[in-house]
Design a protein around this ligand. Structure first.
Ligand code: MF3
Ligand code: CO
Ligand code: CO
Length: 254
């Protein structure tokens, strides 16, 4: 098995799906307010994606029961939307993956409910920096391992830990393609990036210990082992001749 090099036609299709995924995150912002349930946000995401002639990739993926992942506070990733009501001070990640004309776009970001603690704001800031640092390593000829090497160096030097039990991935023609993108790695390890590869970087950064545990009842929700906060940002990235293009950075946040 090897890493897919996307054709021009595939890239155009993936680009459109990525734009829709980013637009969905933007649309959902208005619903991230105290008192709304995560299920309500899931419903809004579901309707929006369908109304744009696309499908939410998570729904029924390996029996995931909802259309987006919503991960609040100590939830690291794969939070299952439900009856939880958002409250002032919560931080949450919404992870949107769209399938448009068969092509996948995958992106996530953090939201804050009202005023949040300085600690929470610092964690969110650092996690976004980690994604930016990973993106700087994206150019033809560089080793995939340098993404995780630089992310881990930055996160750990700031007193945070990097989740190693979940990783980024090739994406576009399928939800999860080769390669795995580790957010902790050895310098100059792994395969080399080539023009036409498309993959995600999606660091999950923890305030406390790196370890996670999966909810025994829903089988999905991954929480920090110590109950401390976790944050995550994700972009879908295309390797170009001169570097990379962030297919899901539609609003120029990066
Ligand atoms: N969107 C997630 C990712 O970034 C995957 C979610 S899998 C699901 O890879 F089944 F929970 F949807
Ligand atoms: Co992803
Ligand atoms: Co995702």
């Amino acid at each position: 098995m090897s890493i897919r090099i996307k054709s021009k036609e595939q890239i155009e299709g993936i680009r459109k799906s990525c734009i829709l995924a980013a637009e969905t995150l933007k649309y959902l912002e208005q619903f991230v307010v105290a008192g709304n349930t995560t299920d309500y946000i899931n419903q809004k995401a579901h309707e929006y994606i369908l109304s744009n002639n696309a499908k939410p990739a998570p729904l029924n993926y390996n029996k995931f029961p909802k259309s987006v992942c919503i991960s609040v506070n100590d939830v690291v990733c794969h939070g299952v939307p439900g009856s939880y009501e958002l409250k002032e001070g919560d931080i949450l990640n919404i992870d949107v993956t769209t399938i448009l004309n068969g092509y996948y776009g995958d992106t996530c970001k953090m939201f804050a409910v009202g005023k949040i603690s300085e600690e929470a704001a610092n964690l969110i800031y650092t996690t976004k920096e980690c994604l930016k640092i990973g993106i700087k390593e994206c150019f033809p000829g560089n080793f995939f391992g340098n993404i995780g090497y630089e992310i881990n160096k930055y996160a750990s030097s700031n007193g945070y830990s990097v989740v190693y039990e979940f990783c980024g991935h090739g994406v576009g023609v399928a939800f999860h393609e080769e390669p795995e993108i580790n957010h902790i790695a050895e310098k100059n390890s792994g395969k080399k990036m080539r023009e036409g590869m498309i993959f995600t970087i999606e660091p999950m950064i923890n305030q406390g210990k790196a370890r996670t545990k999966i909810d025994r009842i829903d089988g999905w929700t991954a929480r920090t082992i110590d109950g401390k906060l976790s944050a995550q940002f994700e972009h879908t990235i295309l390797i170009t001749p001169s570097g990379c293009e962030l297919l899901t950075d539609v609003y120029g946040d990066f």
